[in-house]
Design a protein around this ligand. Structure first.
Ligand SMILES: Cc1cc2nc3c(=O)[nH]c(=O)nc-3n(C[C@H](O)[C@H](O)[C@H](O)COP(=O)(O)OP(=O)(O)OC[C@H]3O[C@@H](n4cnc5c(N)ncnc54)[C@H](O)[C@@H]3O)c2cc1C
Length: 242
């Protein structure tokens, strides 16, 4: 990894997300050798992924290089590496760029999406910048197809969107699609009648934002409906067999 042998205790942090990055920042210029490993060379501000997915922000607004944070911290070494395995008996990590020994190990690798049993090969997840761009490209491609569709039925099929899950991300995404429909798309696609665009938000529980306060839930539902989002509660999505 081309990292000098440490004179101070070595702390290896796996994951440069909110947790790993914050810890590395707090250890900058302290008497430790800090090695920050991440399979991406940038931090991703996940709360605004939906803005990238709907064209409101460019990727560089929510992703920034991990190394830049530590320009003035000589004790922090950042490496692009995927961690595959750890040996807690020998204090060794195996990574895509080789093995590394540690005195202290911090695993801050975040979480994996839960697809609730749905066929994930047929879904567009939203957990990284490439996934947000994939979603953005998919959405914009539907409007390009609608713009040259032969008839109303075909046009309507390209402009139906279904967001599954009315937690914070689903609510933000459905709302952003509603804002696109009202304020952005009619200007970019004057040849299309956007009254045919439908946005459905499907939720298995009996309210949107069910983990938040009753007031937030009621207000969010009202705001979404005012943007033309059709909300379907108490409905669980299932995958149909291919
Ligand atoms: C779409 C979306 C919207 C969200 N909105 C909000 C919000 O509005 N408010 C809020 O409080 N929270 C929100 N969250 C949740 C919040 O982003 C997470 O709680 C937070 O990112 C968790 O931080 P973390 O450091 O534990 O993990 P992460 O930020 O996920 O970081 C984990 C890091 O580990 C790296 N990594 C993983 N495995 C390996 C490996 N094997 N080797 C090397 N590197 C690895 C990853 O590349 C990543 O950089 C949202 C999450 C998503 C996905």
């Amino acid at each position: 990894m081309n990292i000098p042998h440490p004179t101070d205790p070595r702390i290896v942090i796996v994951g440069g997300g909110f947790a790993g990055l914050e810890l590395a920042k707090s250890l900058a210029n302290k008497p430790f050798q800090v090695i920050l490993l991440d399979k991406n060379n940038h931090f991703t501000f996940q709360p605004l992924l939906y803005q990238v997915a709907t064209g409101g922000l460019e990727p560089n607004s929510i992703a920034y290089p991990l190394r830049r944070k530590f320009r003035n911290a000589k004790n922090v070494h950042v490496r692009l590496a995927e961690v595959h395995e750890m040996n807690p008996h020998l204090n060794i990590l195996s990574t895509s760029i080789g093995d590394i020994q540690y005195d202290y190990l911090v695993i801050a690798t975040g979480s994996q999406p839960n697809f609730f049993g749905l066929d994930k090969t047929r879904l567009l997840p939203l957990k990284s910048v490439p996934q947000a761009l994939q979603m953005r490209n998919h959405v914009m491609r539907q409007f390009e197809k609608a713009a040259v569709a032969k008839n109303e039925a075909e046009r309507s099929a390209y402009t139906n969107f279904v967001v599954v899950g009315a937690g914070p991300t689903g609510v933000e995404l459905a709302g952003a699609l509603g804002e696109m429909k009202r304020y952005v798309l009619p200007k970019d696609y004057p040849e299309l009648d956007f009254s045919i665009m439908n946005i459905h938000l499907i939720e298995g529980l009996d309210s949107v934002l069910s983990a938040m306060s009753g007031k937030s839930s009621v207000d969010a539902k009202k705001a979404l409906e005012s943007l033309g989002v059709e909300i379907h509660l108490n409905i669980m999505m299932v995958s149909r067999s291919k």
